[in-house]
Design a protein around this ligand. Structure first.
Ligand code: 5GP
Ligand code: ZN
Length: 112
């Protein structure tokens, strides 16, 4: 667990969150500031900063992808958008890697 990481605190149960899915590797919880009818964040339980770090080994990335699929299933989504912001300029504000899973409305492209 990284010091002062809000997502590590959610994983540990120290900060409350509305959990929608959990397995041995991942936790998914509702985003505090939803941008779609369903907006869930899927995170590895282990602190990893971003997808650059996540992709250095095969297993953590595969586990997170599996968690995304199961989170979508648990949320009743068959169509959804998945976003990984990487770096502050891309919009990353929490440096514990997380997949935004958004669904329940038509998504626009290009993103803002
Ligand atoms: P980022 O900007 O890093 O891609 O996404 C971070 C997301 O985490 C934002 O959408 C923000 O609303 C969400 N978030 C930040 N702090 C908390 C929190 O304490 N609880 C929950 N559930 N979501 C949070
Ligand atoms: Zn963390």
């Amino acid at each position: 667990m990284a010091d002062d990481c809000v997502f590590c605190k959610i994983v540990a149960g120290e900060t409350p969150a509305t959990r929608v899915y959990e397995d041995e590797d991942t936790v998914a919880f509702a985003d505090l500031n939803p941008q779609a009818p369903t907006h869930v964040l899927v995170v590895p339980k282990r602190h990893i900063a971003d997808i650059v770090e996540l992709s250095k080994d095969a297993e953590p990335g595969a586990a997170l992808l599996r968690g995304i699929r199961r989170t979508a299933e648990a949320s009743g989504l068959t169509e959804f958008r998945t976003v990984f912001n990487t770096g502050a300029q891309s919009g990353q504000s929490v440096f514990h890697v997380h997949a935004h899973v958004l669904g329940g409305r038509r998504m626009l492209w290009p993103p803002g």
